[in-house]
Design a protein. Structure first.
Lengths: 434, 285
């Protein structure tokens, strides 16, 4: 526009600021998803997640230590850490039992697993050491316990680290058979994805399916719609462009494009009815029964209504109009049938615009929520947005909920980054023609 | 056989048939069905049920919830328009001035369009959380953004201030279509950027702005996803929109005929308002 320097600087500044604000919810989504549950519930919440720690405790035993003692000790130590050090961003732990300078047993796992187990196996509100000992077998089943025979090298004591000192002090007061040798902690960035693993399996507990299944549903449905819809729309656009007179084309185009103004909720009710007995339960306006099939809880209702998209026909026709009539006439004179012209001439020339509409369609179907929510009640056909909705309404752990939201965003964001130019082209075609 | 198929009108019919079929089956026929369902006490198991005529409509028009849902919808439409209509336009104007690195901003402005709405609503629900949400921490308050009837409509519309989405790109494309010479000529005449904005840019994209306005209003009547995820129509019906009421009666209490009747009123209202707007915009030209 203007070459005015202030105007340019102002534009940069305002755009920067606006983008910064616009990005905040997305940033918050990711940041929360990388925290552990107590951190995500901390008030006030911290802006960035802390690096999760991996805590290791070495316990030394005299020669006659038996396995039960080692296990009970491990369980007691692990439980204490899980219970008393919730706020310290400990992601994973290991307890090594050492005898005769050899490591005999390693009990390791992720802290949230223990915290979940704690709720299941230890029933008293403030359990004493004996309660934990009783539950130690169950507790240990949720983590990995290996009998090994490895060399042991004494680790350096780190007394400066306040967290380790606290852990050391707390554990020293426990009635353990072994002696505490060293407590160490290292940053463990791999624990950042803990909430993602939990997100992945969360649904499994309630519905028997993982979120991978739901993504698969979404992808399947979206791809099916893209193929069907583009086929139907391009055929119609070709006819409007080169097979019928402009007058007829205008009216038909209006027929197709007018549907863009129909409020979707108006259609939900009769369409749901239709899907429960497709195509009609009785011949319209009569009570004569008609053979029908209940399509609910299959992929069909998630696909069929989306095959009718007026925008697609509008944009494709606009593109086909620009294909020279002479090329088509020449092909006709050469004896080609209309379908050959469509398939061998028009479609290859239209690859760019077809790509654009494919991406726009895919994103629209993948992200759509309300219709799938109504029509896909059985978890086996849930699309990802539907699964996300159910998960967030029943879950109290924000970090896992946010992990689910991030997973929802990733596929379409990737598409947007890769095909940004296409998407913009599609948007501007539809915006300017509309 | 081949000569029959290569006659244009036969091919035309075959090419158009699938599209006409699906549009009729999934768009136009359902509209008629919705009208039909609204005059019955529709039974989904054993259609159609009792013919009740305009009773569903009477019930709607005499129901306080019905009218409240309309006033809620209009309030949300108004607040949403105030907060949400102009950001994409402004963002596009500023973006058009940026030469270097414009593409980064363009990708980022796309985010609200490509990220599933449910995911975005989920984050905002968490940001607005009364006890643990980040908004209350930043402000140092304890407000129930989604739980207070006085705040909820504002909270629902506030994220629209952040802009982004397809609007930015539609305006951007329109702005790019303005011949540069117009701006250069104005600058030679001594017009500053602000005057150029008002006298050249805005008038030339007026058409696009009007269309976006019509679409925004039509869509504003249909707010539904947002309500379901964020407030479920609460608190105490303060954010229950017409669309949410339709959903409630059709899919929760299974009073399908009643829901269809309300949906028909919505359809007629949106249709009428859009038609009026189109008329007005045509006559201005």
């Amino acid at each position: 526009m203007s070459s005015n320097k202030t105007w340019s600087a102002l534009s940069y500044t305002i755009t920067f600021l606006w983008i910064f604000c616009l990005l905040f919810p997305f940033f918050w989504m990711v940041s929360t998803s990388l925290k552990d549950t107590p951190a995500s519930l901390k008030t006030p919440p911290s802006l960035l997640p802390d690096v999760p720690q991996k805590v290791n405790v070495d316990l030394k035993y005299q020669s006659q230590a038996n396995e039960t003692q080692m296990k009970q000790d491990a369980a007691t130590v692990i439980w204490t850490i899980a219970d008393q050090f919730k706020q310290d961003h400990i992601g994973s732990f290991s307890v090594r039992s050492i005898e005769n300078n050899r490591i005999r047993m390693v009990a390791s796992g992720l802290l949230y697993q223990v915290q979940n187990a704690k709720d299941r196996f230890i029933l008293s509100v403030s359990p004493g050491p004996s309660d934990i000992v009783k539950a130690s077998d169950d507790l240990l089943k949720t983590i990995s316990v290996e009998r090994v025979d490895q060399d042991y090298t004494e680790q350096k004591r780190e007394d400066e680290n306040p967290l380790l000192k606290k852990i050391n002090d707390t554990i020293s007061r426990l009635p353990l058979a072994g002696k505490i040798s060293t407590v160490t902690a290292n940053g463990d960035p791999t624990a950042f994805v803990n909430s993602y693993s939990r997100a992945y399996s969360h649904a499994f507990e309630h519905t028997g399916r993982t979120f991978g299944d739901f993504i698969l549903n979404s992808v399947t449905v979206s791809l099916a719609v893209v193929v069907l819809q583009l086929f139907i729309s391009s055929l119609a656009a070709y006819a409007l462009s080169h097979l019928v007179s402009p007058a007829v084309a205008r009216w038909l185009l209006l027929f197709f494009v007018a549907t863009l103004m129909i409020p979707p909720i108006l259609l939900f009710i009769p369409l749901y009815n239709m899907m429960s007995g497709f195509p009609f339960k009785s011949i319209p306006f009569t009570s004569i029964p008609f053979p029908n099939i209940n399509l609910l809880n299959s992929y069909w209702p998630l696909i069929l209504p989306y095959t009718a998209w007026g925008l697609s026909i509008l944009v494709l026709k606009g593109f086909f109009d620009q294909i020279s009539k002479q090329t088509i006439e020449a092909a006709r004179i050469d004896g080609a049938s209309e379908f050959k012209i469509y398939w061998k001439i028009v479609m290859p020339l239209s690859k760019p615009i077809l790509g654009v509409m494919a991406i726009l369609t895919y994103i629209a179907v993948f992200d759509d929520f309300f219709w799938p929510y109504i029509v896909a009640q059985d978890p086996k056909v849930w699309t990802y947005p539907v699964a996300l909705y159910y998960a967030q309404s029943s879950m109290a752990e924000p970090n896992v909920t946010m992990a689910l939201a991030v997973i929802a965003a990733v596929p379409t964001v990737l598409l947007a980054v890769i095909f940004q130019k296409h998407i913009e082209k599609g948007i501007s075609f539809s915006g300017l023609k509309g | 056989m081949k000569s029959l198929l290569s006659r244009p009108w036969v091919a035309a019919c075959i090419c158009l048939a699938p599209a006409i079929l699906v549009f009729f089956l999934f768009k136009y026929f359902p509209i008629i069905q919705a009208f039909g369902m609204s005059v019955y006490e529709w039974e989904i198991m054993n259609p159609p049920g009792n013919l009740t005529g305009i009773e569903n409509y009477n019930r709607a028009f005499s129901s306080a919830t019905f009218w409240t849902s309309w006033s809620n919808t209009l309030e949300l439409l108004f607040i949403g328009f105030l907060l949400g209509f102009w950001p994409p336009l402004l963002q596009a104007i500023f973006l058009s001035n940026i030469k270097r690195g414009q593409w980064i901003f363009r990708v980022l402005y796309l985010l609200p369009f490509v990220v599933p709405a449910v995911a975005q609503f989920t984050v905002w629900k968490w940001i607005y959380d009364q006890d643990y949400g980040v908004l209350n921490s930043i402000l140092g308050r304890q407000d129930a953004w989604l739980g207070d009837a006085g705040l909820v409509k504002l909270s629902l519309c506030f994220p629209m201030l952040l802009g982004g989405g397809i609007g930015v790109f539609i305006y951007l494309a329109a702005i790019k279509g303005i011949p540069k010479e117009l701006f250069e000529a104005a600058e030679l005449d001594g017009a500053g950027p602000f005057r150029q904005l008002i006298h050249i840019l805005l008038p030339r994209i007026k058409y696009v702005i009007v269309i976006q306005l019509i679409l925004a209003i039509a869509q504003g009547f249909q707010v539904l996803d947002k309500i379901l995820v964020l407030t479920e129509g609460g608190p105490a019906g303060a954010s229950t929109t017409v669309a949410f009421t339709i959903y409630h009666y059709a899919f929760r209490t299974y009073e399908i005929g009643y829901g269809a009747a309300i949906a028909v009123t919505l359809f007629i209202a949106v249709f009428a308002i859009t038609a009026i707007q189109l008329r007005l915009s045509r006559s201005k030209d």
